[in-house]
Design a protein around this ligand. Sequence first.
Ligand code: NDP
Ligand code: ZN
Length: 352
Amino acid sequence: MKGFAMLCIGKVGWIEKERPACGPLDAIVRPLAIAPCTSDIHTVWEGAIGDRHNMILGHEAVGEVVETGALVRDFKPGDRVIVPAITPDWNAPESQRGYSMHSGGMLAGWKFSNFKDGVFGEYFHVNDADGNLALLPEGVDIAEATMLSDMVPTGFHGVELADVQFGDDVVVIGIGPVGLMAVAGAALRGAANLFAVGSRPNCVAAARGYGATDIINYRDGSIVEQVMEKTHGRGVDRVVIAGGDVNTMREAVIMLKPGGCIGNVNYLGSGDSIGIPRIDWGCGMGHKTIRGGLMPGGRVRMEKLAELVRLGRLDLAPLLTHRFTGFDKIEDALTLMHEKPRDLIKPVVVME
Ligand code: NDP
Ligand code: ZN
């Protein structure tokens, strides 16, 4: 079969591989629609998780099941499924402790395009199919549903990590597709003032659509000063980090009230450490909580999130700015993600 792969750090290309084999608990799926991710860019061009050779990329897909293992109960060939980016081993000790995304080791629930071939192949392998696939609900568009693989669960996880409560003032730093889903999630959870930090005009428009009350452009000066001015010096209850640079964690700590919480879902692609400002962290005693996490996968969560889309409580159409048709367009879509033109939010490729 054909796949679009990371050949080594900084290099991508088409390769030929054997079609993956199906174990008793697994499924083999063919993609119906895929989306490249900013994480693919960190992986290939920043070498953020180390070198990988001839590894098929991609972890965001909706697909059709073509084969299931003898012990798979709930899926059969022909089913149309949402494939989560994170596919844990559900019987691992980490999963039993509530951290399935780290089943088998830190970040090891993230298998596609990390420890095994991803979804940019003609076929791909899904471990523990009953635990990791979700049926695509009737009436949900397959291109939009690719956003349920990673963008929705990651953005929403940022909101969960920051523990947004009714009436909280919230800052979402970064309003690419992940941050936009954090804005949507914070609004669903009842945020009061909802400040969205970004600059691309169509991201700004989408952020307003998803419920941002104020836009903060980091290109116009310090985001700390802008947030402090808008909150009359009080700061905010919650910060979700879904983008930024080396200063972002520092800025988030400064703008947070004592007792507040930061939820980071940004993939920190380079550098050895991140700074926490000592005084603004209350010299270590400020009750300013910092959390960071990989999105949880799992069928139950995916089905719940898909239900929000099916019922029209979450509209994913504004995320999809660039649509391609045909398997061989995966290369163009990934190139676009790498170049990040200013009118891009998210590209998607629908197979013919
Ligand atoms: P994008 O690159 O599309 O968005 C990044 C956002 O950050 C943009 O809004 C950008 O603004 C903003 N930004 C850039 N520089 C600054 C700055 N100095 N200060 C404040 N804001 C800034 O990324 P995605 O939405 O696709 O992904 C966000 C992150 O989430 C990535 O690191 C990705 O790898 C990670 N991720 C994490 C996952 C997880 O499970 N934890 C899963 C999936 C992704 P502008 O409008 O100017 O472009
Ligand atoms: Zn992704």
